[in-house]
Ligand binder design. Structure first.
Ligand code: ZN
Length: 185
């Protein structure tokens, strides 16, 4: 297992849709282990494969309490080729993202969702989610489509963020991140 570098805005590959996983292989499982380790190390509550530069439809999410020894919590979800099959209601949550440094904003999403996908053992799984889990799953599945949470905020806010990020890069400020505020997905 390895902690990998998380790509950050405006990295172009974060904007492309990821490919379906056609075979769940040993490589897939190793990648998922790296994703989990990288998510916990960040720390974040979710991570999608394209955030590590991997063009595959894989997400990991853990909205539970982090174990003190850094081992995976019982709320850890690993999903391959996840699809939202039902959604209803509405929830507004202040989101942050490990790939969008130093920016948080309220985003409106479906309040209840049903997600289907596969686990690393090739079993079909179905997850019914609400609250933060519903938010995190939608946020991560967005990553698989090349969408970032800033696409859900007003154009004004998004443009302000884009300007700030360009300035930070011009000034040679790290896009390698300062410690996340917590709760990034
Ligand atoms: Zn994110």
């Amino acid at each position: 297992m390895a902690i990998r570098r998380i790509l950050t805005y405006p990295e172009p590959s974060l904007r492309s849709a990821s490919r379906e996983v056609e075979n769940i292989t040993g490589d897939t499982v190793r990648w998922i282990d790296d994703m989990v380790q990288t998510m916990y190390a960040a720390p974040g509550v979710g991570l999608a494969a394209p955030q590590l530069g991997l063009d595959q439809r894989i997400i990991v999410v853990d909205v539970g309490e982090q174990e003190e020894d850094g081992s995976p919590g019982e709320n850890l979800v690993k999903l391959i080729n996840p699809v939202i099959v039902e959604s209803e209601g509405e929830i507004v949550w202040e989101e942050g993202c490990l790939s969008v440094i130093d920016f948080r904003a309220e985003v409106k999403r479906a309040g209840h969702i049903l997600v289907r996908g596969y686990d690393p053992d090739q079993r079909e799984v179905q997850i019914e989610a609400e609250g933060l889990l519903a938010v995190a799953l939608q946020h991560e599945i967005d990553h698989l489509e090349g969408r970032l949470f800033i696409d859900h905020v007003s154009r004004l806010k998004r443009d302000m963020y884009a300007k700030r990020a360009r300035k930070a890069i011009r000034e040679g400020k790290p896009t390698a991140r300062s410690k996340p505020a917590g709760g990034e997905i």
